[in-house]
Design a binder for this molecule. Structure first.
Ligand code: FAD
Length: 530
């Protein structure tokens, strides 16, 4: 009898005969025989539930530290039946397709700009949605493939199954054929991420879509209502508008809640200037199909809100809900191991990524009150694995994490908002430097520069430590990334102003700040492009 048969038989015997085929499947996708113990059970040092940014980073690092690791990944199709491959949200329905569509949208703008710079471009440029979507999806599939290969190369056991806990040392994987297999493990990392929520409006789930669907939509979205003013909503409305699809954003409260509100208003002003319509302080009440297969949306003022756009209705081709995301912990049976979660959000409470159960950990979007960003999940996963299986004791630092909102005019920042700085330090202890600026490339194509704005918040007392850096303008992500390293080194205002800029760039504007809000002086640029 072959080694495979002996192992499958003894393991299957412990699970019941019907599991034999499932075990064979697991074995086949396993890269080696080494994970079977003498008792015939699959045994690991670590089982990671969730093969997204955080889970994969943690698994790879754990293997590099010598651990025996399995990763489970399973994608629950969206209510519109959209599904995708290995790699999690970022690769499939998040950062990557979003950035590519944002870029595609900026390219349309660049074609128009190019005419002003002397390029002869015949006719009007227009987007071919299907061609653009296919290019994006093809890229994603190639990333899925590379991810799969890298798991094999790293000798990580990959199980394409839905995980749940049986107890603190046993993970149950439900495979696609509904067969179940048990994975015995010393440690578990939960990295299942989050999924979009829908509003409670009648017909929302049946007729609406979410960010899970937009990047692979079968037909051009046409006139679109985006419900939600968070960063995902604004980014989607931004690129759709850039493609030429009339876009409306419906906001329940304020745009980019939790972000610096002055900067948020710049982002919204810019979008409005480009033709995005905003319906403020309203929520959808119902969605229904019109005879010509479009979607009639009726809305009303947000309960308890002052002002707002009031009651109304309109017909759209697509309604995209971007009203927040919910951690997908419901189906994990975490209670079987006694893992504590937040009652409403389902998020997991941790201290340094460790839950209240000592051998169960969590990373990424599933964590309670931590930034929901890919690099955060990756870094937390990697450091956790080093602490678990190596000698490194470095803890994840969740402070001063830089990020960027990829709206048509991008908004990047690192550190505290002005509101949060005031709350923590008191307005009297702060100095806020600010300036409007003119990107060198903007005047020739006569682009609107009224929202190109930067702001630095620092403490007034010496050594005038910088608390927050905010930038609205082109390539904000690229600009802020470098300054985030400076913030990590606790840069002071003097050091920032002592830095020699690279001319002519937009990033150099941070080194040229002279005007404080307190002075009341006009922060508009005095001369053009100098
Ligand atoms: P995920 O990447 O979501 O991975 C979790 C995986 O676990 C998924 O594959 C899921 O299907 C799987 N899973 C769930 N339950 C189970 C189970 N029971 N068993 C097995 N597998 C399971 N972040 C940025 O930093 N920059 C951006 O520009 C950015 N843009 C974004 C744009 C959009 C539209 C969205 C939605 C998100 C964006 N994010 C961005 C956020 C980023 O995608 C997430 O922070 C990141 O993916 C979180 O990683 P994670 O490992 O926690 O979870």
């Amino acid at each position: 009898m072959s080694v495979l048969k002996i192992c499958t038989k003894s393991f299957a015997a412990s699970l019941g005969r019907q599991s034999e085929r499932s075990v064979k499947k697991i074995y086949r996708i396993s890269s080696s025989f080494r994970t079977f113990s003498t008792e015939g059970k699959l045994e690991y040092d670590l089982v990671v539930i969730g093969g997204g940014s955080g889970g994969l980073a943690c698994a790879k690092e754990a293997v590099a530290q010598g651990a025996r690791v399995a990763v489970l990944d399973y994608v629950q199709p969206s209510p519109r039946s959209t599904k995708w491959g290995l790699g999690g949200t970022c690769v499939n329905v998040g950062c990557i397709p979003k950035k590519l569509m944002h870029h595609a949208s900026l390219l349309g703008e660049a074609i128009e700009d190019a005419r002003s710079f002397g390029w002869r471009i015949p006719g009007n440029a227009e987007i071919d949605w299907l061609a653009m979507r296919d290019a994006v999806q093809d890229h994603i599939k190639s990333v899925n493939w590379v991810t799969r290969v890298s798991l094999r190369d790293n000798k990580i056991e990959y199980v394409n199954g839905r995980g749940r806990l049986a107890d603190a040392n046993t993970v149950v994987a439900t495979l696609h054929n509904m067969k179940e297999v048990l994975l015995k493990t010393k440690n578990v990392v939960v990295a299942v991420g989050a999924r979009p929520k829908y509003s409670t409006a009648i017909g929302a789930q049946e007729l609406g879509i979410s960010s899970d669907d937009i990047f692979s939509l079968e037909k051009p979205p046409g006139k679109t209502l985006v419900v939600g003013g968070g960063y995902i909503g604004l980014e989607c409305a931004g690129f759709l508008n850039g493609f030429g699809y009339p876009s409306t954003v419906m906001l329940r409260s304020v745009p980019l809640r939790g972000f610096d509100q002055q900067m948020a208003s710049m982002v919204v002003n810019e979008m409005e200037g480009r033709g995005v319509n905003f319906i403020c302080k309203c929520v959808p009440e119902s969605l229904s199909k019109t005879p010509d297969r479009r979607i009639l949306v009726k809305w009303n003022t947000t309960p308890g809100a002052n002002g707002g756009s009031g009651q109304g209705e309109d017909v759209f081709d697509t309604v995209l809900f971007a009203v927040g995301r919910k951690a997908v912990t419901d189906s994990l049976a975490l209670e079987k191991a006694g893992v504590e979660t937040h009652k409403e959000t389902g998020k997991i409470f941790t201290t340094n990524e460790q839950t209240n159960v000592p051998n169960i950990f969590a990373v990424g979007d599933v964590l309670h009150r931590k930034p929901e960003l890919t690099p955060v999940a990756v870094q937390a996963g990697r450091l956790l694995a080093r602490r678990m299986f190596g000698n490194d004791k470095t803890l994840m630092d969740y402070d001063n994490v830089a990020t960027t909102v990829f709206t048509p005019l991008e908004y990047g920042f690192v550190g505290l908002s002005e509101e949060e700085s005031e709350k923590r330090h008191g307005p009297e202890n702060l100095e806020v430097y600010h300036a409007f600026y003119k990107p060198t490339e903007f005047p020739i194509p006569q682009k609107d520069m009224s929202n190109c704005y930067i702001k630095v918040i620092c403490l007034r007392r010496e050594p005038r430590t910088v608390l927050g850096m905010h930038f609205v303008g082109p390539n904000a992500g690229e600009v802020i990334q470098g300054f985030s390293a400076a913030m990590k080194c606790r840069i002071t205002m003097e050091q920032l102003l002592d830095t020699i800029g690279i001319h002519p760039t937009v990033a150099e504007e941070f080194t040229r700040l002279t005007i404080t809000k307190r002075s009341g002086m006009d922060p508009n640029p005095q001369a053009c492009c100098s």
